[in-house]
Design a protein around this ligand. Structure first.
Ligand code: NAI
Ligand code: MG
Length: 494
């Protein structure tokens, strides 16, 4: 995911804000209440724009538009291959506007332009193209049941789906959610995160330009307990897909029980990154840096518990401190910047409080540990050494640039400690011993295990959590199951 920018491009500009309304039934409009909320530039703490604030009334309109598009619009009758064509057209339009959308993402979220241009937006395009290819490949089975019958299955769209996404990869989360839903023929009501609504609205505008019929994709920005909760409660929404904090998922699951909605969750983690003494240490150091500090540490799969075998611990810490302290923190529009601000004041405060907790618990803060500068939500890349399993910095998801190093002595010990968490999203192992690598891959209870690499994502490879890190899988063929209902048809032949 690293990038080389053209030498001629030394600065990138903030783009013009094109859409700040709700997208309902093919039009951008104000909210029923007329209310708006501010979206903030986390690098400057200044307002970017006022965005229409949806609540229950807007969600209801959006759900009605989505239902209408499914039952009486052209979408429900469209050939599967033509759905795929629309998705490819949307991917092409995003590609044509890549620089602008990447800049919008950097403005609203604070992530470095080098990441939004080389990782986020290219991955959006790739994901939509991958799922466009699935649209006409959702087949059923013929089943040899007893008696003279013809029995077959069909995979039909789940229906109107509510999708609630977070702020850490705003546009990419749109693609992960829209891709399988559109391929399956569902219609969508999406609620983007209140911190980062702008790229989602721009993608909605491009979807209209691509030719998606009105009501297929609806977007209602707003807050979780109002707009988000109304989507979860709505009796005419068939399914909720949610990415965010596990505590929010618990609220959603309890509420979804009232209407027995289908639910899929992609939640947090405290992922173990395990380095054995026989690893290529420099590669492991680079992987540990990328695995934690990428995206300001705001990754659900961040390798936040770095287990290092005792015999290489001192060398490893010296090297990771060296790399962490050299990371360029600052203006996210500067192409040399590796780390921008955290997304908002709340996340900044949460991270700073964990840094204080780490210091108070007696962990060794070997680099960073403070705010960076005095304006914007910047945090120094921080490494704590000699962290013990019971410290809060080792148990809780910090979601910031704070790495905990935990020394270990034996294979069995590290497996037990790696699994000693209610999370189970991802893990990584660094070793040259192929048997050891596979034994770790089989023993760690996590949805993804990387061997001698970190954060390798592909639209074709399923991603999701064991235990409290999620329910269901996103990406790959697996995600299509989240958006289809299986129907069995039995025909008497005599
Ligand atoms: P959150 O889970 O509250 O927010 C995620 C989305 O859910 C947003 O769109 C929000 O508006 C919506 N939401 C919030 N409450 C809701 C409710 N009652 N009903 C329906 N929708 C609701 O996460 P938040 O507060 O932004 O971040 C808190 C922590 O969660 C972070 O510090 C991090 O540890 C974790 N997190 C994990 C993410 C992941 O990728 N797994 C992404 C974002 C946050
Ligand atoms: Mg929250």
């Amino acid at each position: 995911m690293s990038t080389v920018l053209e030498p001629s491009r030394t600065t990138f500009k903030a783009p013009k804000i094109r859409q700040t309304g709700l997208l309902i039934g093919g039009d951008f409009r104000s909210s029923v209440s007329g209310k708006t909320f501010e979206t903030i530039n986390p690098a400057t703490e200044k307002k970017i724009a006022d965005v229409a604030e949806g609540d229950a009334a807007d969600i209801d309109l959006a759900v009605k538009a989505a239902r209408k598009a499914l039952t009486s619009g052209p979408w429900g009758r469209m050939d599967a291959r033509d759905r795929g064509k629309l998705m490819n057209r949307l991917a092409d339009l995003i590609e044509e506007n890549l620089d602008e959308i990447a800049a919008l993402e950097t403005l609203d979220n604070g992530k470095p332009i080098r990441d939004s241009r080389a990782a986020d937006i290219p991955l959006v395009i790739d994901c939509l193209r991958y799922y466009a290819g699935w649209a006409d490949k959702l087949t059923g089975d013929t089943i040899p049941i007893r008696g003279n019958y013809f029995c077959y299955t069909r995979r039909e769209p789940t229906g109107v789906v509510g999708q609630i996404i977070p702020w850490n990869f705003p546009a990419l989360m749109v693609a992960w959610k829209w891709g399988p839903a559109l391929a399956a023929g569902c219609t969508i009501v999406m609620k983007p995160a209140e911190q980062t609504p702008l790229s989602c609205l721009r993608l909605g505008e491009l979807a209209l330009e691509a030719g998606f019929p009105e009501g297929v994709i609806n977007i209602v920005p707003g807050y979780g307990p109002t707009a988000g909760a109304a989507l979860v409660k709505h009796p005419d929404v068939d399914k909720i897909a949610f990415t965010g904090e596990h505590r929010t998922a618990q609220i959603i699951m309890a509420e979804a029980a009232q209407t027995l909605k289908r639910i899929t969750f992609e939640l947090g983690g405290k992922s173990p990154n395990i380095v054995f003494a026989d690893a290529d240490i420099d590669a492991a150091v680079a992987g540990a840096e990328f695995g934690l500090f990428f995206n300001q540490g705001q990754c659900c799969c961040a390798g936040s518990r770095l287990f290092v075998e005792q015999s290489v611990h001192a060398e490893f810490v010296e090297k990771i401190v060296d790399r962490a302290s050299q990371r360029k923190v600052g203006d996210p529009f500067d192409p040399a910047t590796m780390q921008g601000p955290q997304v908002d004041q709340a996340q900044f405060d949460k991270i700073m409080s964990y840094i204080e907790k780490g210091k108070a618990a007696g962990a060794a803060c070997v680099t960073g540990g403070n705010r960076e500068g005095s304006k914007g939500y910047f945090v120094q890349p921080t490494v704590f050494d000699n962290v013990t399993d019971d410290m809060q910095i080792a148990t809780d998801e910090i979601f910031g640039p704070v790495l905990s190093v935990l020394p270990f002595k034996s294979f069995d010990e590290v497996v037990q400690r790696a699994n000693n968490t209610f999370y189970g999203l991802a893990a990584a192992v660094w070793t040259k011993d192929v048997k050891k690598a596979h034994r770790i891959a089989n023993s760690v209870r996590a949805g993804t295990v990387w061997v001698n690499c970190y954060d390798v994502f592909d639209a074709a490879a399923p991603f999701g959590g064991f235990k409290m890190s999620g329910i269901g899988r996103e990406l790959g063929e697996a995600a299509l199951a989240n958006y289809t209902e299986l129907k069995t048809v039995t025909v008497a032949l005599d």
